[in-house]
Design a protein around this ligand. Sequence first.
Ligand SMILES: N[C@@H](CCC(=O)N[C@@H](CS)C(=O)NCC(=O)O)C(=O)O
Length: 217
Amino acid sequence: MKLYGFWRSLATYRVKVALALKGIRVDEVSIDLLKGKQHEQDYLKVNPQAVVPALVLDEGGPPLFQSMAILEYLEETKPQPPLLPKDPRGRARVRGLALIGVADGHPLVVPRIRSFLEKEFQLSEEKRNQWLAHWTLKSLEAMESHLKNEKETGRYAHGDTVTLADICLAGQCVAATAYFKADVAGVPTVMRIYNECMKLDAFKDAHPMHQPGAQAH
Ligand SMILES: N[C@@H](CCC(=O)N[C@@H](CS)C(=O)NCC(=O)O)C(=O)O
């Protein structure tokens, strides 16, 4: 398989963690989002939405797109270790927690949104940084409001094994702590789970700040 991604990309991070947890090796191709390479014709043939990640399967065919769809594909085609619980209610909870990050929090901080705020609305860097920290923290607070009270919360977001919820939570925590310096004091359960995740090689090794590309910045 071939994964088009970028060291700083949270959506790529999510896919890399799942691949590592499932023991799937991929070749990585870096699309430099800071240089706008996602808009070049060659890449638009891979993912016409001009975003990473995209996963090319060994069997060929059009690349898979959207990190959540890729995570679900990996779960369906390589079920071990499972990243979703067996019961439908538990699966709905895990997907719900995951989507707080993937569908509500992350889309507000991607490069095209940041660039729109800057170029169309002339928001200062200070205001843009406030926006990024604010919406990232909001997603973590939404997760916290579930995790702190619900009996399904265990060592990880859902029980004592890693699920898609942890992967998506970890991505938002990377953004909050490593990128936007948000004040995470109000989300202790989220941070406890994030720290548990970071004890695992799959989460640690894929961490954006541990990628070769991060060293250059
Ligand atoms: N919902 C998509 C998000 C994809 C996305 O926006 N990726 C970012 C990097 S994390 C990107 O490539 N952004 C390019 C841009 O905004 O120009 C997913 O989860 O795959």
